[in-house]
Design a protein around this ligand. Structure first.
Ligand code: G16
Length: 542
């Protein structure tokens, strides 16, 4: 074995965002870029003698990056790496592998829903032994190290072939190639009533799952078409491609438009769903009925007991701050805790570990439970299927009954993408400065009741996170939230989240944008969005 130590210099900007370090692929492919970050990570976690899980969503540069990381892991004294076959692991499957194989954490290569390919994005993150994304104390230590790094260690030997299952050695390190689909499918069978869902498909129930040429294709094929007997063709775009077929693998009405349009047409199947680049996000659509991620979280929380894995009830529900308050209403009725955290799945980890929450969700199309420590796209789809199999009602009816019982939180997110960064930061800074003067102000027929900059103290470990989004509450039971995305790689993305509560069932079938028109107008005026961004309207509305 020949370990080499290479001299290097710090590279600017290696600061993990909402979920790991994300950059354009070309940036990641610069000599030393990946190596500097991986060595900084190893210096922060001291991996000698440990076992790590490793895999990525299969996007362009995945294979080369896996090879480099394996050679660096061996040179840094890692004892064993459990790697997904072909270097591929969905993010929830990686979390499942870390937990079931009890590895000392893992490295996941993904830029999630961001486009892939040479001109797309790439990303890397470290997950802790509990299976979830590293908390800020660790990501800060890694970032700190990237600013002082002077050398990295790598083995000269090539990494072994990871196309076939089995074990090989690289220096003193064991490289174990596993089939993650099997581990993941076993976990899903332990949570859901596969017999009932099989009967549902056997009765003629129809579904389309759009894997968006991303990582969940093989998982969905095995589970939906294999184990659950859904007809072949149920899974669309099932073959993972390094550039996701040129698409933007973000499961929402804009980027999963063909599926969305099908679901709104005469030929719609009973149920539609999609997942993203790395398999942790989901979109749920019934025939003629789009379910917002916030509503999906609330419906899942209210009905989870219908699935065997949650038959004993939930310990609590957690949502990110910008997610609508629909889930809180369910928690109140169930008499369980409702937690509001900053954006980022990593903030749910302590609540799940401490048994304070069983189900978590975010407006950004993520839902999951304590079965892993990541959001999980297929899990959400299977829980919906389990509920549909038991309730035997269309999605639209389940949604209408839910709103009739709890009221409807009209909700939408407006994204202004690739905005000039200084302009977006100035917009946020000026809004923050104006907070004390906002209460009492009247805009578009609404009156500001309260306004603040969200700060969070973790109830389990006491860690604090400040400046997590500006919240404007209106007296008319409405809210607007402003935040800058932490996952983009070009300029800044301004996110405006708007919601308004409607208790009256006679007013539950309005178009969401119309129901929210006053909140959208008030928020636009307050922040002078058009003037600051130079945009007439948002790029994406979900
Ligand atoms: C990541 C995080 C999520 C977060 C989302 C949006 O998702 O894991 O917890 O809600 O980013 O973040 P932002 O609004 O900062 O762009 P993913 O699916 O990209 O890993």
């Amino acid at each position: 074995m020949s370990k080499t130590t290479i001299a290097t210099k710090p590279i600017d900007g290696q600061k993990p965002g909402t979920s790991g370090l994300r950059q354009q692929t070309a940036v990641f492919m610069q000599p030393g870029y990946l190596e500097n970050f991986v060595q900084s990570l190893f210096d922060a976690i001291d991996p000698a003698g440990k076992t790590l899980t490793l895999g990525g969503d299969g996007r362009y540069f995945n294979t080369e990056a896996i090879g480099t990381i394996l050679r660096m892991a061996a040179a840094n004294g890692v004892a064993r790496v459990v790697v997904g076959q072909g270097g591929i692991l969905s993010t929830p499957a990686a979390s499942a592998v870390i937990r079931t194989r009890k590895t000392d954490g893992g490295i996941i290569l993904s830029a999630s829903h961001n486009p892939g390919g040479k001109d797309g994005d790439f990303g890397i993150k470290y997950n802790i032994p509990a299976g979830g994304p590293a908390p800020e104390a660790i990501t800060s230590a890694i970032h700190e190290r990237t600013t002082t790094i002077s050398e990295y260690h790598i083995l000269e030997e090539a990494a072994p072939d990871i196309a076939a299952l089995g074990e090989a050695t690289l220096g003193d390190m064991v490289v174990e190639v596993i089939d993650p689909v099997e581990i993941y499918a076993d976990l899903m069978q332990s949570l859901f009533d596969f017999g009932a869902i099989r009967d549902l498909f056997a009765s003629g129930f129809t579904m389309r799952f759009d894997a968006m040429h991303a990582v969940t294709g093989p998982y969905a094929k095995k589970i939906l078409e294999g184990l659950l007997g859904a007809p072949e063709g149920t899974v669309m775009n099932a073959t993972p491609l390094p550039d996701f077929g040129g698409g933007h693998p973000d499961p929402n009405p804009t980027y999963a438009k063909p599926l969305f349009d099908l679901m709104m047409s005469q030929d719609a199947p009973d149920f539609g769903a999609a997942s993203d680049g790395d398999g942790d996000r989901n979109m749920i659509v019934g025939r003629g009925a789009y379910v917002t991620p916030s509503d999906s979280l609330a419906v899942l929380a209210a009905n989870a007991h219908l699935a065997p894995g949650y038959a004993d009830g939930l310990k609590g529900v957690a949502r990110s701050m910008p997610t609508s308050r629909a889930a809180d209403r369910v928690a109140l009725k169930l008499g369980i805790g409702a937690h509001e955290t900053p954006t980022g799945w990593k903030f749910f980890g302590t609540l799940l570990d401490a048994g304070l929450a069983t189900i978590c969700g975010e407006e950004s199309a993520g839902t999951g439970s304590n079965h892993v420590r990541e959001k999980d796209g297929l899990w959400a789809v299977l829980l919906w299927l389990n509920i549909l199999a038991v309730r035997k009602q269309p999605v639209a009816e389940i949604l209408a009954e839910h709103w009739a019982e709890f009221g409807r939180d009209y909700y939408s997110r407006h994204d202004y993408e690739g905005v000039d960064k200084p302009a977006a930061e100035a917009l946020m800074a000026d809004l923050r400065a104006a907070l004390p003067e906002l209460p009492g102000r009247k805009l578009a027929g609404l009156t500001v009741r309260e306004a603040d900059d969200f700060a969070y103290t973790d109830p389990v470990d006491g860690s604090r996170a400040a400046q997590q989004g500006i919240r404007i509450f209106f007296e008319e039971d409405a809210r607007a939230v402003f935040r800058l995305s932490g996952t983009g790689t070009v300029g800044a993305t301004l996110r405006l989240y708007v919601e308004r509560f409607e208790p009256d069932p006679a007013r539950h079938d309005l178009d969401a944008q119309k129901a929210l028109a006053e909140v959208i107008s008030a928020a636009g005026t307050l922040a002078d969005i058009a003037g600051r961004t130079g945009r007439a309207g948002p790029d994406v509305i979900t």
